[in-house]
Design a binder for this molecule. Structure first.
Ligand code: HEC
Length: 171
């Protein structure tokens, strides 16, 4: 009987030691909560969010939104007529022929597949593709608008020289 009691108390002692040892190795952070530091970090974060979401290039766009130009695309369907009108908003950055502008970091889109353009616009509006420059523009485009402008851009000549040649040929 005494042996059993001794055995059990040794066992209990061992378990106790094990538990105490585990507690000792638990990481403890005594760093105090710093309200000022947190407030500063939050302000920096807010600034970053503002920078990411603010429509910086909007003024550039509205200036040229109504630009008139000779389209090289035959506007022989109502969709192309609508697309031509909508493309007025894109020229400031992508150029009349959709040739793109390095100064705006806007890529060449003239002649691109219509389904690809439509998908990019849809993704940008949905937030799946983030494009700060185009944010304010895609907001105002309906699915039908995207389809129309995509159809129009697809009909633009693929390269700048071809666009200029097509413009000359029209005159
Ligand atoms: C304020 C400038 C600006 C305007 C206006 C603008 N875009 Fe863009 N667009 C950009 C920039 C910059 C990119 C590149 C974005 C990136 O790096 O992801 C881009 C990318 C695109 C792409 C993706 C190209 C690719 O190869 O993936 C398409 C399509 C596009 N624009 C179509 C349009 C259409 C259509 C309009 C008019 C309705 C328009 N954009 C108006 C600046 C603009």
């Amino acid at each position: 009987m005494t042996r059993l009691i001794v055995f059990l108390s040794v066992l209990a002692g061992l378990i106790l030691m094990l538990v105490l040892f585990t507690f000792k190795t638990l990481p403890v952070s005594n760093e105090k909560f710093d309200l000022q530091k947190t407030a500063k970090e939050f302000a920096t974060h807010q600034e970053l969010v503002k920078e990411i979401t603010s429509p910086k290039e909007l003024e550039v766009v509205s200036e040229v939104a109504e630009v008139e130009y000779a389209p090289v695309v035959d506007l022989n369907t109502p969709e192309l007529v609508a697309g031509n009108k909508l493309f007025g908003q894109c020229i400031a950055c992508h150029g009349k022929g959709g040739e793109g502008k390095p100064s705006q970091k806007a890529p060449h889109i003239g002649g691109q597949y219509d389904w690809y353009i439509e998908k990019q616009l849809t993704d940008m509006k949905a937030g799946a593709r983030i494009n700060v420059a185009m944010n304010p523009i895609v907001k105002g485009l309906s699915p039908a608008d995207m389809k129309a402008v995509a159809a129009y851009v697809n009909k633009l000549p693929w390269n700048k020289e071809a666009y200029i040649a097509a413009l000359k040929a029209k005159k």
